[in-house]
Design a protein around this ligand. Structure first.
Ligand code: PRP
Length: 194
């Protein structure tokens, strides 16, 4: 069943990526950098005195955000990754969260910060928070660069949010469209031209 769904998602992704589109800038690289700086001040106040903060990036979308966050944080940090997927290559959430890659290290008794690129329906963040809580961390906080509250289906909110955005199809700064555009230094809005 999962195999069939993967094939369907792949075909959907291939078809979508052939539709012509342009990307309009929504949040500039400069605005993101300024917000990252602010967010890090808040994170530092929360975790001041920690002997080690484990910063957990949710792959793949958070890889740019987590890289900027940890370089801005003036705290002893360790970085780990978890891959959770709810979308495949399609645009619709499958509402089923799969853990494709688990953490390398244990988090029991540790301070943990989960880093998400975008909270949409909320299924991914909610699932990951429950999973990590069950492992007994001392403190578990979460941060999302973007939040689309109008799309929420599961009640969840990151402890810190970079920007609340309307229900637009966004890409860049780690976020993809059919696996492309993750390398844009800003957040852009996809506008189909055909
Ligand atoms: C995207 C995004 C978030 C999640 C948010 O991940 O990176 O992790 O969906 O959606 P939700 O709130 O509706 O659950 P995706 O599964 O596309 O994987 P990716 O990070 O590898 O692009």
């Amino acid at each position: 069943m999962t195999e069939i769904r993967n094939v369907v998602e792949k075909i959907k992704g291939d078809l979508m990526s052939e539709r012509p589109y342009v990307i309009d800038e929504m949040i500039s690289a400069k605005a993101i950098a300024a917000r990252v700086e602010e967010l890090c001040k808040n994170i530092q106040s929360e975790f001041v005195g920690t002997d080690k903060l484990i910063v957990v990036g949710l792959l793949r979308g958070s890889f740019v955000f987590i890289a900027d966050l940890v370089r801005e944080l003036d705290l002893p940090v360790e970085v780990d990754f978890l891959e959770a997927s709810s979308y495949g290559d399609g645009m619709e959430s499958s509402r089923e969260v799969r853990i494709l890659k688990d953490l390398r290290g244990a988090i029991e008794g540790r301070d943990v910060l989960v880093v998400e690129d975008i909270v949409d329906t909320g299924y991914t963040l909610s699932h990951v928070i429950s999973l990590l809580k069950s492992r007994g961390p001392a403190r578990l906080m979460s941060i999302a660069l973007l939040d689309k509250p109008s799309r929420r289906e599961v009640e969840v909110k990151a402890d810190w949010t970079g920007f609340e955005i309307p229900d637009e199809f966004v890409v860049g700064y780690g976020i993809d469209y059919a696996q492309r555009n993750r390398n844009l230094d800003h957040i852009g809005k996809v506008r189909f031209t055909g």
